[in-house]
Design a protein around this ligand. Structure first.
Ligand code: RIB
Length: 304
């Protein structure tokens, strides 16, 4: 079983010809409102593979919170561990997309800050050794630490999507089995300026914490995997016409985690995940851009 501990937001996405400069106003070409948040998107990205993942999250006691429950249930996510908080409204994300599909995201955390260990741990009592626990960092880091410490005690496998990335996550890394981050986050944390030029030397920065696998997503290049500090192996992605890349990482994580839970090898999971992430760039939005699994399987078949 897959357990996802993470954020749930309402996304306001605007497509612009170009990002506005400071003090400038630009008119949007298109806009889109939907349920989002890295935790919710990744849960849906996994749910489309019919594995009924459980999302542990916090939304506000408001209309957006209700919309989140309904949408997640429609996709097949188990929402029984999502709490409606009275302290803050549902989190929100302001997403700008330029005509090349590049994105800028600002998140207002809202009720995501109310997802504390006291709410998470009782929900994990039935966690089993064969289960996977996936988390990102749009919720309090201490909550993820507590959840991962508990998961490790139970013998489950932990997957950390270190996004958004920041310093001071040493304890969390020491509780992580599979680490996934993008090339920008990798460069930021290892203090290198070019991922392709320095990725090999920099990876020891993460392996010193005892992780078993390091996955770095690299946009149109696909993803790179290093197991137990071995050299990176490249998983290229198919070429697509990019409309909006904001949901790519979450589609990738959803498919990757689902395939691991389905008993596939990490290499098989990554091949499917890079296709899923690429196809998610073809539509505007995050959750709504998660591709149909049949499309992913067709691409995999064509690649053989
Ligand atoms: O990864 C994309 C997500 O980041 C968006 O859905 C937004 O809510 C932010 O959390």
């Amino acid at each position: 079983m897959l357990w996802i501990i993470g954020s749930c937001n309402i996304d306001l996405t605007v497509k612009v010809e170009r990002f506005p400069n400071e003090g400038e106003t630009v008119l949007a070409l298109e806009s889109h409102t939907s349920v989002g948040g890295k935790g919710a998107n990744q849960a849906v990205g996994a749910a489309v593979w019919k594995i009924n993942p459980k999302l542990i999250a916090s939304v506000g006691s408001d209309t957006f919170g209700k919309q989140a429950f309904q949408t997640l249930q429609q996709y097949g996510v188990d929402t029984s561990s999502i709490v409606a908080s009275d302290k803050h409204p549902t989190g929100m994300a302001w997403i700008e997309i330029d005509k090349r599909g590049n994105n800028r995201i600002t998140v207002v955390p809202g009720a995501n800050v109310d997802l504390l260990a006291g709410q998470i741990l009782p929900n994990l009592v039935s966690l089993k050794e064969t289960d996977y626990v996936l988390a990102q960092l749009e919720i309090p880091v201490k909550s993820v630490e507590s959840a991962f410490a508990y998961a490790k005690r139970k013998g489950a496998t932990t997957i950390l999507n270190l996004s958004p990335s920041f310093e001071g996550v040493e304890v969390l890394l020491s509780l992580t089995d599979l680490l996934v981050l993008n090339e920008k986050e990798y460069c930021q944390l290892t203090k290198i300026s070019s991922f392709l030029e320095a990725m090999e030397e920099a990876k020891a920065h993460f392996f010193r914490y005892g992780i078993t696998a390091l996955v770095v997503t690299a946009g149109e290049l696909g993803a790179f995997l290093s197991m137990k500090n071995s050299s990176f192996v490249h998983f290229p992605s198919p070429k697509v016409q990019v409309v909006d890349s904001s949901g790519a990482g979450d589609a990738f994580l959803g498919t990757f985690s689902a395939w691991m839970v389905m008993g596939k090898s990490i290499e098989e999971a990554l091949k499917a995940a890079v296709i899923s992430g690429s196809l998610a760039c073809c539509r505007l939005g995050t959750m709504s851009a998660i591709p149909d699994p049949m499309q992913v399987l067709q691409h995999l078949k064509n690649a053989i």
